[in-house]
Write a protein that binds this ligand. Sequence first.
Ligand code: ADP
Ligand code: MG
Length: 363
Amino acid sequence: MARVTLSKLTKRYGEVTAVDGLDITIADGEFLTLLGPSGCGKSTALACIAGLEQLSDGAISFDDRDVTDLEPAERNIAMVFQDYALYPHMSVRDNMSFGLRQQRVDPATIRQQVDIAGQMLGLQQLLDRRPAELSGGQRQRVAVGRAVVRNPAVFLMDEPLSNLDASLRVRTRTEIKRLQRELGITTVFVTHDQEEAMVLSDRIAIMSGGKLQQIGPPMEVYRRPANQFVAGFIGSPAMNFLHGELLRQDGRLHFRVGRHTMELPGESVSVDALPGPGQPRGASLGIRPTDLVVGTARGLTLEGEVFLVEPIGPVSYIDVDVDGIALKGICDPDEAPAVGDRVTLGCTTARVHLFDRATSRRL
Ligand code: ADP
Ligand code: MG
């Protein structure tokens, strides 16, 4: 097990800067997720940690050892990819023990290690089967098992659940989380799926265009997104944004959009972000659909016409046209309005997010 330090980690491919100055320290035993849209540099960053790609700039260390120029085999890492890459002609047991046999570990130890990993992953009954005789989820568990039996210092996983169907993905991620907790192996996990990142991680590092946008525990990045990109990427359905102006009138803070003016509590923005009296400041106001409740008049209240109703079971999503602005809210499915109804939408002011229009940073 090891602490992993990325210092100004940079990888360029010709003109493209795939990873741009990543500074992250991953604690010993931590589960860290690199999260971001396709092409943001997650896989490249992971390949650099693995030693499969050479850095253009920066350094990587495991504990106090600089591993920047070490071969993958010298780093004591284990990787799991999206496609399981199992040997089709070998049994599950032989697949799982392949790495250890190559390292000439004695057969009794190998047997014991594979039995332990097989038990942890619920593969005991399947050890004599071939990959073709397994489901997708079972195959991915074998790939995880093969990685853990090597007892690596660092566990690297690149979208390992993407090929699984939805229910299997949820079950397998629970197993991965439990296994990681039990073994305490420092883990760097890559995904584009924000929900997966939320449930699995100790901390999430959100990337865009090769750059780190924010790093923090799941609920911190959810509750206090550092910029509009993070706010829009974390949470589902995506946050609503209203583009308007922040103004101060009679010592009170207001947000104005179209013909609506809403009063906000003073603590909504930091003091240095307050607009001067009579000087409006361009801002975007963000509200998560789950914080915008139909039929309530809370701190912040809007009114509009329903144009879509989407029941998902526990709640229904309601799309409302507020003077030409489309907003998504929620309501109890038993009290869902009909398309064409006029409704009010309420949000407690504590759940409102404000971002600077020019920099997109949180105010
Ligand atoms: P992600 O895993 O987040 O989807 P990648 O790390 O695969 O993103 O890619 C980041 C960027 O680097 C993309 O613009 C991609 O096209 C580019 N890239 C990745 N690998 C190579 C390569 N071997 N040669 C050239 N460009 C690459
Ligand atoms: Mg990738």
